[in-house]
Design a protein around this ligand. Structure first.
Ligand SMILES: [Zn+2]
Length: 86
């Protein structure tokens, strides 16, 4: 009865669980930062043909977003661009 619940203590002190982040769009608490999106700034080099533009000197911000909101916002952006990606 006096024995502490070590499993629970380990969980609470887990480094990935100590950072608290909230989604910039829906303000919901993000419980798993490993699957969330993090806003970054950096230097983009435009590529002439295909592929993803490379971002160098990437600087992570403190802004996070949940997967659901990123999907939702992405669709909005695509719609505004005249369905380029549809
Ligand atoms: Zn969200």
């Amino acid at each position: 009865m006096d024995r502490p619940n070590t499993d629970r203590i380990m969980e609470q002190q887990h480094p990935r669980q100590t950072g608290v982040a909230y989604c910039e769009f829906c303000r919901e608490k993000i419980t798993n930062l490993n699957t969330a999106y993090r806003k970054v700034t950096g230097w983009e080099a435009k590529r002439k043909v295909g592929g993803t533009n490379a971002i160098r000197l990437r600087v992570p911000s403190h802004e996070w977003a949940c997967t659901w909101c990123i999907e939702k916002e992405s669709k909005k952006v695509n719609a505004n661009q005249g369905g380029l990606f549809v």
